[in-house]
Design a protein around this ligand. Structure first.
Ligand code: SF4
Length: 183
């Protein structure tokens, strides 16, 4: 049997601005709604503290730790006139020194590696909000909860495979793409 090759996937040196906005819009909406869900779900100073701690953790993990720890080892840091899906390579060039592409896979190594923190920032609000329904049920919090779950599913089942990783020049060496069998 002859296997016909599928249509070639275009790799982007510069992602379209619409893709960068979609990726960051999805990320920011996820964090903000997640934090809001925790704050409203527990509706007390406990919820306020938990929600604020979550928001700080999520934004620092994504927009501080990534450009400092991960991006310097990524091919987009070195590619001339490049714009990666998150746009963080542009920030990283300003704030961090050039890394080593051989270390790029380290993003997935260790319990508190950047990849695990990234997943934690996405999953924490989903897990954290569930107990609040048994303490004081709120339809508004349920809507926020469903929106966060929707954003999570959208990211994993559409964004990565159709907008982000599929067009990424780092996918051959990226542990995330390898896990999703896209490398
Ligand atoms: S393959 Fe996906 S996760 Fe890996 S660097 Fe590219 S966009 Fe990021």
């Amino acid at each position: 049997m002859t296997v016909k090759p599928g249509p070639a996937v275009k790799l982007y040196t510069r992602y379209p601005v619409s893709s960068v906005l979609l990726y960051n819009g999805t990320t920011i909406a996820h964090f903000v709604l997640g934090g809001l869900g925790i704050i409203l779900g527990y509706d007390s100073w406990v919820g306020l503290i938990l929600g604020l701690v979550y928001l700080v953790f999520a934004f620092v993990e994504m927009y501080v730790l990534m450009p400092v720890e991960v991006c310097p080892d990524c091919v987009y840091y070195r590619l001339e006139n490049s714009l990666c899906i998150s746009g963080l390579n542009v920030i990283s060039r300003k704030v961090a020194r050039n890394g080593d592409p051989k270390n790029f896979a380290n993003r997935a190594k260790g319990t508190f590696c950047p990849n695990n923190l990234y997943i934690a920032a996405l999953v924490i609000p989903v897990i954290a909000v569930i107990p609040s329904f048994f303490i004081s049920f709120s339809w508004a919090v349920l809507v926020i909860f469903l929106a966060v779950v929707g954003l999570l599913l959208f990211r994993f089942f559409y964004l990565f495979g159709n907008v982000a990783c599929v067009h990424c020049r780092a996918k051959a060496v990226c542990p995330n793409a390898q896990k999703m069998k896209m490398s």
